[in-house]
Design a protein around this ligand. Structure first.
Ligand SMILES: [Zn+2]
Length: 481
């Protein structure tokens, strides 16, 4: 067992989340990433140039010498000349700016009066322009954790990079449609004196605050976490791209073990593998890789804008937790799980819209979906918000029972083009009437005269599972027995 205080574990977190805006950060393209077939592919190469002081960046030179070709797949309505770097950026997306201002205020940040968009060198080809645009929106904030203040040094609004599809013999292919999706980046100060589990918990609270805006995307690839890890007499190692929150503490633990086993630790950037181990990707880049975005003038943030956002901040998660327990009668465990769930905002919309038991809705998002995710043949991303709304509307109207929900979702996820009502018919899970149930009960009793009522209930259940509420079966058997 490692004593993390003794080895002086220091970590810093950088958490990125995609914002659920309609349009990208600097153009009107869609952020849905739903298109499957590219309409065009373009090829680019990157050449390093001298800076104002006549120097060439060593990492840019290194990349140039690798002589790679970058291919970009372009998708209809999700990419335009901006992503191709053929046209200057359009004005900054105001919706994205307001969401990040809201997040910055929720972390008690100071908001600068003037926002300056910067360009940050990116040389791996994931940006067609070879830089990423980023702007600091909040500074010097904090988050309360176990009675202490966790420093939030900066909150930025950034553009996401293109996603890699393939790399073979120096030819790299990217999908361009992720480039330009707005991201919020939240950076903590150095976390000293915390265990890996506690650091994971801090990341979880940061995520929860972001989610409570109801304006962040969910699903695979929408959250990326980087962590800096250093121990006594070691060097700073940056680990990038941890997509699963539950993996963070393991990544830190394994990195500490790796550093402890080495005679000398080098400053470097590493990437995460799915099992929590990491691999070297490059030396840690220098700090001089930011310069001003000259296509967009500085943006002034007026006091009245901040006041307006402050007035409309979302309900803090602490209050939400109390409301879930007291008003919605969710158990303590379920309240916490739904708060931590990516489906929090959808859950709240559904219980507002339909007359369904909040515990049932929460359980579908927390347990049923978790079980479905474990199955390899299920594509959870096929289950859109609209499908869930329709599902709970049918439940509200008594057209299905809660017991049938897992089967309906399973079938629907594989048959996206079949309407939900047809899915229910296909798998034979339409509800049966009270009269039909009574007939079945009578038949079962007649055929099993020697059996006790519990056995009768079991037999009836097996015949009507998923089509009628279990309490109705028990009631009818008792009446007819
Ligand atoms: Zn575009």
């Amino acid at each position: 067992m490692i004593d993390y205080k003794k080895i002086d574990l220091k970590c810093g977190l950088e958490i990125h989340r995609q914002l659920n805006t309609k349009h990208k950060l600097f153009c009107n393209c869609s952020t849905m990433m739903q298109e499957k077939e590219p309409i065009k592919i373009i090829m680019r190469k990157q050449n390093p140039t001298q800076s104002e002081i006549g120097e060439i960046d060593t990492t840019a030179q290194y990349e140039f010498l690798r002589n790679r070709n970058f291919y970009y797949q372009i998708f209809p309505s999700e990419d335009c000349l901006v992503e191709c770097d053929e046209e200057p950026v359009h004005p900054l997306n105001q919706e994205a700016l307001e969401i990040v201002l809201q997040i910055a205020l929720m972390f008690n940040c100071t908001i600068p009066d003037e926002i300056q968009i910067m360009r940050k060198n990116v040389i791996d080809g994931s940006n067609t322009s070879a830089f990423q645009r980023t702007a600091v929106i909040g500074l010097d904030g904090y988050l309360e954790y176990k009675g202490k203040k966790i420093e939030i040094t900066s909150i930025s609004l950034e553009e996401d990079a293109a996603s890699i599809v393939d790399e073979k013999n120096g030819n790299v292919t990217y999908r361009l449609n992720r480039l330009g999706i707005p991201l919020v980046e939240i950076g903590t100060g150095l976390l000293i004196g915390y265990s890996p589990e506690e650091i994971q918990e801090i990341a979880y609270f940061i995520g929860m605050i972001c989610r409570s805006t109801g304006k962040v995307k969910r699903g695979i690839g929408t959250v990326r976490q980087d962590v800096n890890v250093s121990i006594k007499n070691g060097a700073r190692v940056e680990i990038k791209g941890i997509q699963e929150l539950g993996l963070l503490s393991k990544v830190i633990e394994l990195e500490v073990q790796r550093q402890l086993s080495l005679p000398e630790v080098k400053e470097e950037t590493r990437a995460t593998n799915p099992d929590g181990t990491t691999r070297f990707i490059r030396p840690l880049p220098g700090s001089a890789r930011m310069y001003v975005e000259t296509d967009i003038p500085p943006i002034l943030i007026e006091d009245k804008t901040i006041q307006k956002i402050k007035k409309n901040l979302p309900e803090p998660w602490t209050k939400k937790l109390v409301r879930f327990r007291e008003k919605l009668k969710l158990s303590d465990d379920l309240s916490k799980q739904i708060l931590a769930s990516d489906y929090l905002d959808l859950f709240e919309n559904i219980i507002k819209k339909f007359n369904v038991n909040p515990s049932i809705v929460a359980n579908v998002f927390v347990s049923t979906l978790k079980d479905l995710k474990k199955r390899e043949d299920v594509k959870i991303e096929n289950l859109t918000d609209e499908i869930f709304e329709e599902l709970f509307e049918l439940l509200d109207k008594g057209k299905i029972v809660k017991e049938s929900v897992p089967d309906v979702l399973l079938y629907k996820s594989k048959n996206v083009n079949t309407s939900l009502e047809d899915c229910i018919k296909k798998i034979g899970l339409e509800t049966i009437t009270e009269k039909e149930l009574r007939e079945i009960v009578k038949d079962v009793i007649k055929a099993n005269r020697d059996k006790p009522s519990e056995k009768i209930i079991g037999i009836v259940m097996s015949k009507v599972r998923g089509r009628v509420k279990s309490e109705d079966v028990i009631k009818t058997v008792k009446e007819e027995f």
